[in-house]
Design a protein around this ligand. Structure first.
Ligand SMILES: NC(=O)c1ccc[n+]([C@@H]2O[C@H](COP(=O)([O-])OP(=O)(O)OC[C@H]3O[C@@H](n4cnc5c(N)ncnc54)[C@H](OP(=O)(O)O)[C@@H]3O)[C@@H](O)[C@H]2O)c1
Length: 297
């Protein structure tokens, strides 16, 4: 089969499409014929060797955590899923024609494979940070970096829970944030004053890692009301850095419910063929997104 692999840490051009042995589903796992793989910032952080502590790997290595596809092997002890089912979930080396998943759910009616590949990590992260920041219905949450994959999920889940959101994004994404139910403002020069004018904030999320933790603590009034997923200096400000994934099966189950009820939709910013994984990484690293990028197999 063909898969994307890299033999040394570095920029997008270390990615190669190679011929490789097919993986097989061991106990508790399934294998899918991959139809689409989600491109997450962690994929290029691993490729650069930035996050070796959290994701120790041996080189050469495959790439990718999220995928959607058609089940073609069911490992020992696995129940409730059969060959031919359409699923989405998390696994390893998903930028490939076949991949083994460790967590999955049946795709909801009406979702395309391309769309489905964008949900798993994003929804797990969104549910986790909302839980950890402790924001309640009726309160106001400030989200810095609200238009990306994680932000898109946070805004819609917060709306569903009756939490008001003020979100920051680039000028091109202001209407997008409003469409997801948030009050929108731009980041950059003067953003703190713009947020203050929109009213008091009970809690804040840093989803962009743009060096604004001091300001988020000021606006939320307490470092314990701020969580970051993208700024490793969080502890310097008394802020929690959230980096340990919660239950992916629970997140997928919640995603299925919300998607089926028309309450959650992560748009596909752009699709790329597997052979153009390097371009997808370069675009993701440029740091501006509306929803998720995916590779199509
Ligand atoms: N710790 C964890 O468990 C965990 C889990 C998932 C993701 N992450 C990290 O969290 C970050 C976000 O992930 P993602 O998947 O949502 O990324 P993404 O889809 O690439 O989105 C990045 C977003 O950042 C926004 N942005 C860029 N510059 C900004 C600035 N100066 N101020 C505010 N927002 C800015 C962009 O908005 P515009 O396009 O509108 O400019 C874009 O929407 C990444 O760094 C990722 O590595 C961590």
């Amino acid at each position: 089969m063909r898969k994307v692999s890299f033999a040394e840490f570095g920029g997008p051009d270390v990615l190669r499409l190679i011929d490789a042995e097919e993986p097989h589903a061991g106990p508790g796992r399934i294998r899918i014929a991959v139809r689409a793989a989600g491109v997450n910032p962690v994929d290029w952080r691993i490729r650069e060797g930035q996050v070796l502590k959290a994701h120790p790997i041996e080189l050469p290595s495959g790439v990718g955590l999220d995928a959607s596809g058609v089940v073609d092997e069911v490992g020992e002890g696995v129940e409730g899923v059969a060959v031919g089912d359409h699923v989405f979930g998390e696994g390893a080396d998903t930028y490939a024609e076949f991949a083994v998943l460790s967590a999955w759910a049946r795709m909801p009616e009406g979702l395309t494979f391309e769309e489905a590949a964008g949900y798993p990590s994003v929804v797990e992260t969104a549910l986790r940070v909302l839980r950890e920041v402790g924001v309640r219905p009726g309160q106001t949450l400030l989200v810095s970096g609200a238009s990306g994959g994680v932000g898109s999920a946070v805004l819609q889940i917060a709306r569903e829970r009756g939490i008001a959101v003020i979100g920051t994004a680039g000028a091109a994404n202001q209407d997008y944030l409003r469409g997801l139910g948030a009050t929108a403002t731009t980041y950059g020069e003067g953003w703190v004053e713009r947020v203050r004018r929109l009213g008091p904030v009970d809690a804040a999320l840093d989803l962009a890692g743009s060096g604004v933790l001091r300001e988020l603590v000021e606006l939320a009034g307490d470092p314990r009301k701020v969580v970051s997923i993208a700024d490793l200096r969080a502890p310097e400000f008394g802020v929690r850095f959230s980096g340990v994934a919660g239950s992916v099966p629970d997140a997928l189950a919640e995603a299925v419910t919300l998607i089926s009820r028309g309450r959650l939709h992560i748009p596909v910013e752009k699709s790329y063929p597997l052979a153009e994984a390097a371009a997808a990484h370069a675009d993701s690293q440029a740091g501006h997104a509306r929803g998720r990028r995916v590779l199509v197999v």
